[in-house]
Design a protein. Structure first.
Length: 413
């Protein structure tokens, strides 16, 4: 490859990354004119300079030498271009980029092991909703279909991160801007990946995982999807919220839970029995005890715990399914009742299961463990070297020497 071709690719990578020549020059500790000369093909770029520029432009060095570099926008570049706020804090940018690197490493290892490409769950082809009502209808219908496909029945979902992983989607908790609940990424270099906000409490993280799962099912044509307070009114976001509510709180499961609590039954049940003596019927009514069917804060709190959702999400779902009306839902959502629901869960030592965040460190365990397993298997089968396995350990934040010891033990079996 000649100097001019490399120069053209360096310029293209810099422009895609939205980096000025001055910024590139500062990174190399060179005058801007040196970058101009490099990009014009008038000056050769050294190996060290190329490595530094590749890191700055978020491109692998090999991209600059490939016979036909990928014209598709790099997922990291697209992510930082589409998701405003990621670059405002270095720790957030670093954490998100690290999660993407782990996913990319996982895809690379799967390729070395001859695994099939991660296609993910089936794609549901639905038109973009034209109204909020249509968005809710689509979301609830797809949630029911997906539960049937996964054979979940009406039971609560035990672990959303594990469920996504089993469906070929990398899933993790990561540091995100406060207004951002989650990200959905889809690129051939990483497959499909979901990141949810480490700042949010567990119940909200679970809801965000289900929300982003909806995007994987319905909106996977995008390289990057951002779910935040600024775009919550978009129809596909409303659809994803409806999917998450119905997927985590299935109607049949909620009905059964209320029955177990002695709630949710009709206020009056007509009883009609055939009378063999007269050929007519015997009629009567069965009425529950007064106020016995009232759904209180303690019922909502327990349902929230059982299905792993927030107190508010449980109230809105009960209202959607007409178990509570508008005045009743407003009362349940009042600060006094919501606080009482929290006190109820605290008294039973259940509060932390919903209302404490899963930290970014613990939230990446599922993702890191899957990639670590791939690394060990690739080394055991001789597909990667010791050095590459040490690099895998560095990428996933595991002591490379310990990983190597485990790999050697696995190879010896």
């Amino acid at each position: 490859m000649n100097r001019l071709e490399i120069a053209q690719r360096l310029r293209a990578a810099r422009e895609l990354a939205s980096i000025s020549q001055n910024e590139a020059a500062d990174a190399l500790d060179l005058p801007r004119t040196a970058v101009t000369q490099i990009e014009g093909g008038n000056r050769a770029v050294s190996t060290m300079e190329l490595v530094s520029l590749a890191e700055l432009y978020r491109r692998p060095v090999s991209w600059f030498f490939a016979e036909a570099p990928d014209a598709e926008e790099d997922v990291v570049i697209a992510l930082h271009r589409i998701a405003p706020g990621l670059d405002d804090a270095p720790n957030i940018r670093s954490e998100v980029d690290r999660c993407v690197r782990i996913c990319r490493e996982g895809v690379s290892l799967e390729g070395l092991l001859g695994r099939e490409e991660r296609d993910g769950p089936p794609a549901y082809r639905e038109p973009v909703p034209r109204s909020t009502g249509e968005a809710v209808m689509q979301g609830e219908r797809i949630a029911e279909q997906e539960r049937k496909r996964l054979e979940l029945g009406s039971a609560p979902v035990a672990d959303m991160t594990e469920l996504l992983g089993d469906q070929g989607i990398w899933a993790s908790v990561a540091e995100l801007p406060p207004t951002m609940s989650g990200l959905f990424l889809h690129h051939r270099s990483i497959g499909m990946a979901v990141l949810v906000n480490a700042r949010h409490v567990r119940a909200r993280q679970r809801f965000s995982l289900a929300h982003e799962y909806a995007h994987a099912l319905l909106d996977r044509d995008r390289v990057v999807g951002v779910s935040s307070a600024t775009n919550s009114s978009e129809r596909i976001e409303q659809r994803a919220n409806a999917f998450a509510a119905a997927f985590l709180l299935p109607e049949a499961g909620l009905e059964e839970e209320l029955r177990q609590l002695g709630k949710g039954q009709p206020a009056r049940t007509d009883q009609i029995v055939f009378d063999v003596a007269t050929g007519g019927s015997i009629q009567g009514q069965l009425r529950p005890a007064p106020r016995s069917q009232t759904i209180g804060f303690q019922d909502v709190a327990f349902i929230a715990y059982r299905f792993g959702v927030s107190y508010q999400a449980a109230v809105y779902r009960l209202k959607s399914l007409r178990y509570v009306n508008q005045p009743e839902s407003a009362l349940l959502l009042s600060s006094e009742h919501e606080a009482a629901g929290g006190d109820y869960l605290r008294a039973l030592d259940l509060f932390d299961d919903l209302e404490t965040p899963v930290s970014a460190g613990k939230g990446t365990r599922e993702l890191r463990s899957r990639v670590a397993h791939l690394g060990l298997e690739a080394y055991r089968l001789g597909e990667i070297s010791r050095g590459r396995l040490l690099d895998v350990g560095k990428t996933i934040g595991v002591d490379g020497r310990k990983l190597l010891d485990l790999a050697e033990a696995a190879r010896a079996e």
